[in-house]
Design a protein around this ligand. Structure first.
Ligand SMILES: C[S@@+](CC[C@H](N)C(=O)[O-])C[C@H]1O[C@@H](n2cnc3c(N)ncnc32)[C@H](O)[C@@H]1O
Length: 222
């Protein structure tokens, strides 16, 4: 078992590093600071939000790609949607799906106030049912919903993603649980362990798993 003191030290170390990294990264738009605050005040499980540093990373990737069409699976309160929208082409589209009706008012509130209101298209329902109705081709895809369906989402979106496009999968380390070699009954852990192996071996993509926050995999579509 890990020494609790060592684990506390390593958590403090990571927190300090994250704060330092954020301090030395591009500034966060005021609207996102407000959205983060309101999410922590009003929404259950606010930690599902992309972290500020991850948000800046998603924004930078999107600005590098300059996508015409983005797909996000798992909108939550719209934090990552707004980060990804920062790189959209002027007439570009961001399609984002979530099955939690209670989040709609907050998504609408912030999307409406953003400069991307005309670019963002929201969908309420199960992603697996909605995905066939959204046409590609996507330049950038962010998979960030229920972990047991990651593989199904990936297989649905891959044919709709441009060659040279990028598929990003979030939470692939699942708080470190994917490291567990012993068999586990946790379905999300099992699904992510298989998903991570599949992405590495899949010849249709080139993949790097970044040990960033809860694990972020970048898959470049060949
Ligand atoms: C981790 S949060 C997304 C966070 C968001 N992408 C961000 O970075 O700010 C996961 C979201 O997926 C949604 N979700 C879970 N299962 C889903 C499903 N089957 N279909 C659509 N959305 C789902 C949840 O309601 C939740 O809002």
């Amino acid at each position: 078992m890990q020494d609790p003191k060592a684990s506390m030290n390593s958590n403090t170390f990571m927190e300090e590093w994250s704060a330092y990294a954020l301090e030395h990264s591009q500034s966060i738009p005021d609207l996102l600071l407000e959205l983060e605050k309101e999410t922590y005040q009003k929404v259950l499980q606010p930690r599902m939000l992309s972290s500020p540093l991850q948000g800046r990373f998603l924004s930078l990737l999107s600005q590098l790609i300059k996508p015409k069409k983005i797909l996000e699976i798992g909108t939550f309160t719209g934090y990552a949607s707004l980060c990804l929208a920062e790189g959209l082409q002027k007439e570009g589209e961001l399609h984002t799906i979530d099955n939690n009706a209670e989040l709609v008012h907050l998504q609408e509130k912030y999307f409406t106030r953003s400069e991307y209101v005309k670019n963002i298209h929201t969908y309420l329902g199960d992603a697996i049912d909605i995905l066939p109705d959204i046409d590609g081709l996507f330049d950038l895809v962010f998979i960030d919903a229920d972990k047991i369906n990651y593989d199904a989402y990936f297989e649905q979106v891959l044919p709709k993603t441009k060659k040279g496009g990028l598929i990003i999968s979030d939470n692939v380390m699942w708080s470190g649980k994917v490291l567990n070699k012993a068999s586990t009954k946790d379905k999300s852990t099992v699904a992510l362990q298989a998903y991570n192996i599949k992405l590495k071996l899949d010849s249709r993509i080139k993949t790097v798993l970044l040990p960033f926050r809860d694990g972020l995999t970048l898959s470049w579509v060949l």
